[in-house]
Design a protein around this ligand. Structure first.
Ligand SMILES: Cc1ncc(COP(=O)(O)O)c(C=O)c1O
Length: 418
């Protein structure tokens, strides 16, 4: 059986204290903690393979092997066709700008791009800058009542002129998971490419780029228990046609210059951690993935297991928040619809600025973000920008019912004290 208390032992930073209070990490959407095996892998890199690539000697050969394995592991994580469809780099934002810059060279005045109000600015600005080519950027609105995409607006703005749809897998502010398959199929019917930002979604559920049929998908290892490294999936036939800038002798167009090898070693270890979780505890989910085996299957089962566990803890959180006077939760709250969102809650409290919530609770060991988290268009659309945005509480599979209960009690005391 999956036991979060056993899992937590593998994450040394979770035992931090703030004065007399145990730290409660609800800041996952901003970045996750790492298991010991990630820390060990980074150290091991420095001890045994700290070197550049493609040399005829031991450390370089070990480094090459590790890098090949890291690409293969990411291909497994995404269910990509081959490791050649994977590129590492600094972070997701850098990948998005690289892809947009390359696509920009193929655009003509009159072409259109589609972005959404729900997205993090890292999947908006890289497309807006292409207006310099004379293209028009259309923005899909949301339904403010539950912070889901307005699919009628999407339908009206997707046309034969649309060349790219840039869309998030899930919102890092309010947790909404977008109906990607539907959107991608519609975009492809019209001949548009689709770039998916999976940064927020990646630690919460299984990703299958073949089932989605997206053209690009980017995420960041520091959001799924690894170091600060960005990862890009690109469909091979699309990558082949993309006029990406590169240095003349370099093999790779997306991995410019020497990569963060130690970070990639850590990213590989984060996937090995997840795969082991799936292998050990995810047996009930193997049937969901016919045709997959080994690490690929274990990664899928792992994320299915995590999804089920997180939904249960999140249900408890939402139910508790709804009982605290003055709390308004932004996004889907219907308990039968919680599978349409990640376990990331955004809320405001009447009479409190978001900072007036996170600051006192921070002193009691609760690590929570407030603000817009670069989902600025969304926070503006909800009319919350001037008042400091929202409080964001993000759960991960290492968070527990007990932490949620402790948080709800502390929040209740804070609210009632006013
Ligand atoms: C949904 C989403 N997209 C993109 C980003 C940017 O990712 P990176 O820091 O890897 O550039 C973030 C970071 O918080 C995010 O949450």
């Amino acid at each position: 059986m999956f036991d979060p208390l056993v899992i937590r032992k593998q994450f040394p930073s979770l035992s931090l204290t703030v004065g007399k209070f145990p730290a409660v990490y609800f800041d996952g959407p901003g970045g996750t903690q790492v298991p010991q095996q990630v820390i060990d892998a980074v150290t091991h890199y420095y001890l045994e393979m700290n070197c550049n690539t493609e040399g005829a000697f031991l450390t370089s050969q070990k480094n090459d092997q590790m890098l090949a394995n890291a690409h293969a592991a990411m291909a497994d994580f995404f269910n990509a066709r081959s490791p050649g469809e994977i590129a590492f780099s600094l972070n997701m934002t850098t990948h998005a700008f690289n892809v947009s810059r390359a696509i920009g060279k193929m655009l003509k005045p009159g072409d259109e791009l589609v972005v959404t109000v729900l997205d993090h600015e890292s999947n908006v600005s890289p497309w807006q800058v292409l207006e310099e080519y004379g293209v028009k950027v259309q923005t899909i609105d949301i339904r403010t009542e539950d912070c889901t995409l307005d699919l009628r607006d999407l339908d009206s703005k997707l046309t034969k002129r649309t060349k790219v749809v840039a869309i998030g897998y899930a919102s890092n502010a309010v947790g909404t998971i977008n109906p990607l398959k539907e959107v991608i199929a519609r975009a492809h019917e019209l001949g548009a490419l689709v770039f998916v930002d999976a940064v927020h979604y990646a630690p919460h559920g299984p990703i299958d780029v073949q089932a989605l049929d997206c053209d690009f998908l980017a995420c960041s290892a520091y959001k799924f228990f690894g170091p600060h490294v960005g990862v890009l999936y690109g469909k091979q036939e699309v990558l082949d046609q993309l006029p990406v800038y590169k240095v003349r002798p370099a093999h790779d167009r997306f991995e410019t210059g020497t990569q963060n090898h130690e970070g990639i070693a850590g990213a590989l270890a984060s996937l090995e951690y997840l795969a082991e979780l799936g292998r050990q505890y995810g047996g009930n989910y193997f049937d969901r993935y016919p045709g997959m085996k080994g690490r690929r299957l274990h990664l899928k089962a792992s994320l299915s297991l995590i999804e089920a566990y997180e939904q249960q803890v999140f249900g408890r959180l939402i139910q508790g928040l709804q009982q605290i006077p003055g709390v308004k939760i932004w996004g889907i709250t219907d308990k039968n619809q919680l599978n349409r969102r990640t376990p990331t809650a955004a809320f405001t409290i009447q009479g409190f600025s978001p900072r007036e919530v996170t600051e006192p609770l921070g002193k009691q060991g609760f690590f929570l973000w407030e603000g817009d988290f670069y989902a600025q268009a969304l926070i503006e659309r909800l009319g919350l920008f001037e008042s400091g945005g929202v409080v964001r509480l993000g759960l991960l599979h290492y968070n527990t019912d007990e932490e949620v209960d402790r948080f709800l009690s502390a929040l209740e005391v804070l609210v009632r004290r006013r």
